[in-house]
Design a protein around this ligand. Structure first.
Ligand code: AMP
Length: 215
C-alpha cells in the first residue's frame, strides 16, 4: 500500500503510522524524524532544517523534495510506504505525483486524521519524546511507566523544542495555510479518506483500519 497521512501536527499521524507499518510490513517515513536525526547528528542538512523547524515554518521544498525522492528510491519502499508529514503543501504533493508517475506507481490513499485545534494544543503541550529512540508519550494521556523515562530504552524523555507553546501556534498556522489545502487536492483525485482522531489512540486505530479496509 502507498499511503499518505494528512493531519495537523499532533493529530496522531506518527502513532498510527507505527501501527500500520508493523501490520502492513512497509516503512514508516517521517520527514520530521529524518530532520530531527540530522539535527541530532549535526549534519549540514540538519543545520539548514533547524533554522526553519524552530520557527514553526516549513523547511524549503528544494531540500525536502530531494530528501524524500532519495528515501523513496530505497529498496524497502518497493512494496509500499506510509508517508507521515510529507507532502505538506501543494508543490510537494505535485512533486510526489510526478515522482510516482516516473516510477510507474500510484498512491492508494491519502488518509486525513482530523483533530480540532483546541485538542491539538493540549496534546502537543503534553507530548514528551524519548531523546534516544524517539518514542512518543503524553504526560496525561499516555504516560511512561516511570516518570521521565522511556519504557523501551530507559532513556530520558524530553519536550521537543518545537512543541513549546509559541512554536505550536505558528505550526498550526502553517498547517492551516499550507497543508490543509491538500485535503481538497486529494479529494479531487478521489484518494481522500477522513477519520476523526479526537479520542483515544485505540479508537483512532479502529477507524483507520476500517477506512483502509484492513479489518
Ligand atoms: P513533524 O514532526 O512532522 O511535525 O515535523 C516537524 C517539523 O519539520 C515541521 O514543523 C517542519 O518545520 C519540518 N518538516 C517536516 N516535514 C516537512 C515537509 N514535508 N516540508 C517542510 N518541512 C517539514
Amino acid at each position: 500500500m502507498r499511503l499518505v497521512l494528512l493531519g495537523a501536527p499532533g493529530a496522531g499521524k506518527g502513532t498510527q503510522a507505527v501501527i500500520l507499518s508493523e501490520k502492513l510490513n512497509i516503512p514508516h517515513i517521517s520527514t520530521g524524524d529524518i530532520f530531527r536525526n540530522n539535527i541530532k547528528n549535526k549534519t549540514e542538512l540538519g543545520k539548514k532544517a533547524e533554522e526553519y523547524i524552530t520557527k514553526g515554518l516549513l523547511v524549503p521544498d528544494e531540500i525536502t523534495v530531494d530528501l524524500m525522492k532519495d528515501r523513496l528510491k530505497e529498496d524497502d519502499c518497493k512494496n509500499g510506504f506510509i508517508l507521515d508529514g510529507f507532502p505538506r503543501n501543494i508543490a510537494q504533493a505535485e512533486a510526489l505525483d510526478n515522482y510516482l508517475n516516473e516510477m510507474g506507481v500510484k498512491l492508494d490513499c491519502a488518509l486525513n486524521i482530523h483533530v480540532d485545534d483546541e485538542e491539538i494544543i493540549e496534546r502537543i503541550s503534553g507530548r514528551r519524546v524519548c531523546q534516544n529512540c524517539g518514542k512518543s508519550y503524553h504526560v496525561k494521556y499516555n504516560p511512561p511507566a516511570v516518570n521521565g523515562e522511556c519504557d523501551d530504552c530507559k532513556s530520558k524523555l524530553i519536550q521537543r523544542d518545537d512543541d513549546k507553546e509559541e512554536t505550536v501556534m505558528k505550526r498550526l498556522e502553517t498547517y492551516h495555510k499550507q497543508t490543509e489545502p491538500l485535503i481538497e487536492y486529494y479529494q479531487k483525485k478521489g484518494l481522500l479518506k477522513t477519520v476523526i482522531g479526537q479520542e483515544k489512540v485505540e479508537d483512532t486505530t479502529r477507524e483507520v483500519m476500517k477506512a483502509l479496509e484492513l479489518e
